[in-house]
Design a protein around this ligand. Structure first.
Ligand SMILES: Nc1ccn([C@@H]2O[C@H](COP(=O)(O)OP(=O)(O)OP(=O)(O)O)[C@@H](O)[C@H]2O)c(=O)n1
Ligand SMILES: C[C@](O)(CO)[C@H](O)COP(=O)(O)O
Length: 233
């Protein structure tokens, strides 16, 4: 029996509404490189991936100008209206190339600061696990729940013990992830990460502690922070 292969999916079909830039945030530049290229190059050089699938927005016009387009290990497909739909589209695009027991790592294009050591630790920690897992960071701030009023006023303070922030990559076996995403989306469940779909299917993914500077570039202030973090590598 052949060893399970590793596949990478980097969802890049978002429009970056919260960033409010003229182009989708994965196509903003840091040190003159597309954020998408930074993310892909960091990951593809960090583990023996069998290949990578990048779901793109149907109206994406920047991909032809990326470095990644000339990497034969990287394929593209059309993403969907939500992140989970884009990930499922990428999984389906890999159907003929992958086996049910292959591992799939899903990593946001908008997270270029991921450390290769964290990626290696996730793979090592999860590889023999029956479900899979994700990089995550224990919550370090006190968390408040806002009330329903016009002003965001404090309704309650959450007990942060046992609370983690989900990061990416998130790593699951091909068939388990496809079935979990299809079931969750069919049930109308809000799926904001792969783990929530796997949890909906009744499984408990492993939390693997990752660096909190593996930030997701979401709003304008994140750009300067990502620039600084990448400068530390
Ligand atoms: N329909 C979508 C939505 C998001 N993503 C990708 O999922 C990652 C994380 O999503 P998010 O940070 O929410 O990106 P956007 O959806 O672009 O941001 P916004 O919600 O501000 O529009 C990003 O790399 C984004 O490109 C995707 O592939 N397909
Ligand atoms: C997948 C994720 O990055 C884990 O924290 C997050 O759920 C993505 O959320 P977004 O609203 O699609 O950015």
């Amino acid at each position: 029996m052949t060893a399970p292969r590793l596949w990478l999916i980097v969802p890049a079909a978002g429009i970056g509404q919260r960033m409010g830039a003229e182009q989708p945030k994965q196509y903003l530049r840091i040190d003159e490189r597309f954020i998408l290229d930074i993310t892909l190059s960091r990951l593809m050089d960090s583990a023996p991936f069998a290949g990578c699938m990048v779901p793109l927005h149907p109206a994406d016009r920047w991909w032809p100008d990326t470095e990644a387009r000339s990497d034969s290990r990287i394929q593209t497909c059309t993403g969907g209206s939500e992140r989970a739909c884009s990930v499922l589209a990428a999984l389906r695009a890999l159907a003929e190339q992958s086996d049910d027991q292959d591992w799939v790592l899903v990593h946001d294009a908008a997270r270029p600061c991921v450390h290769t050591a964290d990626l290696a630790n996730l793979i090592d920690s999860v590889y023999e696990h029956p479900v899979g897992g994700l990089l995550a960071s224990p919550v370090a701030d006190t968390l408040k729940r806002a009330g329903a009023g016009e002003l965001p006023e404090v309704e309650s303070t959450l007990d942060r013990r046992g609370l983690w922030r989900a990061l990416t990559p998130q790593m699951f076996r091909y068939r388990l992830l496809v079935d979990a995403l299809e079931a969750a989306l069919d049930a109308g469940v809000e799926v904001t990460d792969e783990s929530s779909a796997v949890e909906f299917s009744g499984n408990m993914p492993v939390l693997v502690e990752g660096r909190p500077d593996n930030i997701k570039i979401t709003v304008p202030a994140d750009l300067a922070l990502a620039n600084f973090i990448l400068g530390q590598f």
